[in-house]
Design a protein around this ligand. Structure first.
Ligand code: GLA
Length: 599
């Protein structure tokens, strides 16, 4: 059992300095967990820390998933086998640049439900989830012969609120479901964060990237009886689409790590190994976390400029940290293992294609009719595309079209002709005139990640209303198209046509709309599975699948230019690469490269 005193931690009576590193099982394929965990040991760490994203495990209310990349039990076993202790931060909210901060999208279907407070509607869902999750974690505690040392109550709650009854409910819920190791909170090292986020009677820890002495001074003033621990030492950082790639030098980060350890503190590196936001799991921030303005979607890579890179390889930061950690480790760290092979550079022609609007009927989960445009949540759609259609009565002269509550990007078509591409936060209002008795208006709306931090959490997707001048347009149909899981089944692949000509009117398609969006595919032949980086030169925006597994989003806005292809996705022989290009600028080829390009 982990014990605590102002001097530090001890386990079964022996002093233990926690040298921990964050590694999220949900951002690395299960075949790669053992290697990544041994890399933590090789850096000189003795503990792994992971969040648990509720939304990965409960994709629909009451439908639980603990298989494959969601096999938390197997991950905890693998971490024990690698010789690591474990710290678990089990939701309900995790932030983590993860879709909706880990909160399931379907919570947002109830407009009265309040997130992250003691609202009975919310707590009821949390409690049911915890009935499933917490016993699984409890079985891995040190008190039952496992490796789980401690469990977090909520994540940086002081950055959000002051509802101590909510924190108490969560702490009680962990205890009543069998957690008997120490509970803790983690917050920024400032008075308001700590006084709002800490839970009486439970360990308080702090998160920061530098100035450890100051941060621990603040923590010690607030909690003189607690051991000092930095629960998130931000040694790197993440990126948003359209912004500059963030890096932090190994020397600077190693110096900050040394300062933490010289303070006799324990540490958790955030991240030790970042991994990838596969599928549609990347979250988003807002430039102003107080107002929720300035939407900033997070990129697919979660490399994080961490010491162990997205592919699991040691970086110069790894070696710098290993040297610092060596002075504090009980025994010398093992050497890192050789890395798996890399694919040879290749060019893959995507010779087959299917216009999206030809197959929208077959991809749709079902046409919904509604006077106003329903949100993704009302349509039961986690992520993907919705084609909204209505007509504008005419004749009328040109008036501006306003998309209220657009989240997050819309291709606008008038009578089948592309009229504009609009984005959340943009003030652009296309002028649309109607010459005849009516014009057909189609909006293809794509969702990006739901905001995971600040006042804007609970980010609904789609549209809340569409105005032509001051008049709401009514009488909508919506076709929801899920994206993020497998490649859509049974697409009628044909020889690639010109990428932007008018789409032929298919039986289940949209007649006569020249939407540029299309699926494209080609094949990669390999002798043996190996890691690679996929580049999409000349493509604009969309999604990529490898053998039916969604790697995530790409966007020529950068900074990320290549997507990591983990070796377990490939098999000897022929491998399918499928791309959904939304803006219509199709390559016509993609490339396998041996180096990442994160900008
Ligand atoms: C906070 C959160 C983490 C993560 C980091 C930034 O500290 O607790 O989940 O979002 O910021 O990477």
């Amino acid at each position: 059992m982990l014990e605590m005193s102002p001097e530090g931690f001890s386990l079964d009576g022996r002093p233990l300095r926690l040298l921990s590193g964050a590694l999220h099982y949900f951002r690395t394929l299960p075949e790669q967990w053992p290697h990544r965990l041994r890399m933590l040991r090789a850096m000189g760490l003795n503990t792994v820390e992971t969040y648990v994203p509720w939304n990965l495990h409960e994709p629909r209310p009451g439908a639980y998933d603990f298989d494959g990349i969601a096999d938390l039990d197997a991950f905890l076993r693998a971490s024990a086998e690698a010789g690591l202790h474990a710290i678990v931060r089990p939701s309900p909210y995790i932030c983590a640049e993860w879709e909706n901060g880990g909160l399931p999208w379907w919570l947002l279907a109830d407009r009265n439900l309040r997130l992250r407070v003691a609202d009975p509607r919310y707590l009821d869902r949390v409690d049911r989830w915890y009935d499933r999750l917490i016993p699984l974690i409890a079985a891995h505690q040190t008190t039952r012969g496992g490796n789980v040392l401690m469990v977090q109550i909520e994540n940086e709650y002081g950055s959000f609120g002051t509802d101590s009854a909510y924190l108490q409910h969560l702490a009680d819920g962990l205890r009543s479901r069998g957690i008997d190791v120490p509970l803790f909170t983690s917050d920024g090292p400032e008075d308001f964060f700590l006084t709002g986020g800490a839970a009486p009677g439970h360990l308080a820890t702090v998160n920061f990237g530098s100035r450890a002495t100051e941060a621990f001074g603040e923590l010690r003033r607030f909690r003189p009886q607690d051991p000092a621990m930095c629960m998130e030492f931000w040694n790197g950082w993440f990126d948003h689409w359209g912004e500059k790639h963030t890096v932090r030098s190994p020397e600077d980060a190693a110096g900050a790590l040394r300062e933490i350890l010289e303070n006799d503190a324990s540490v958790n590196l955030y991240m030790a190994h970042g991994g990838t936001n596969f599928g549609t799991w990347a979250g988003a921030n807002t430039a102003d976390p107080r107002t929720g303005e300035g939407y900033q979607p997070t990129i697919t890579s979660y490399d994080y400029d961490a010491p162990i890179d997205e592919r699991g390889a040691p970086t110069p930061k790894f070696w710098a940290f290993r040297e610092v950690l060596a002075a504090y480790a009980e025994q010398p760290a093992p050497d890192p293992e050789p890395m798996p092979p890399l694919l040879a550079p290749a060019r893959i022609e995507l010779t087959e294609s299917v216009p999206l609007f030809d197959v929208i009927g077959r991809l749709s989960t079902g046409t919904v009719h509604s006077p106003t445009p329903p949100s993704f949540e009302e349509l039961g759609l986690a992520h993907g595309l919705v084609l909204y259609r209505t007509s504008i009565p005419g004749p009328r002269k040109a008036y501006p079209l306003t998309l209220e509550g657009l989240a997050d990007r819309a291709h606008v078509f008038v009578d089948g002709v592309p009229a504009a591409v609009l984005e959340r936060d943009s003030d652009e209002r296309p002028e649309i005139a109607v010459d005849g008795p009516a014009a057909r208006l189609e909006l293809l709306v794509e969702s990006m990640g739901r905001v995971n931090y600040g006042a804007a959490i609970g980010d609904r997707k789609g549209l809340s209303g569409v105005l032509h001048t001051q008049q709401y347009l009514h009488g909508w149909t919506a076709e929801p198209v899920p994206l993020g899981d497998g490649t859509p089944d049974g697409l009628p692949w044909g020889a690639a046509a010109a990428s932007s000509g008018p789409a032929p009117a298919g039986a289940d398609g949209v007649d006569g709309t020249s939407a540029p969006a299309a699926f494209h595919r080609g094949f990669l032949d390999v002798d043996e599975p190996a890691d690679g980086y996929l580049a999409l030169p000349g493509w604009t925006k969309g999604y990529v699948w490898v053998n039916g597994f969604c790697l995530g989003r790409y966007w020529d806005r950068g900074p990320q230019r290549t997507l990591y292809v983990p070796w377990p996705l490939l098999r000897p022989g022929r491998n399918e690469i499928a791309v959904l290009e939304l803006d219509g600028h199709a390559g016509p080829f993609v490339e396998i490269r041996t180096e990442p390009d994160l900008g």
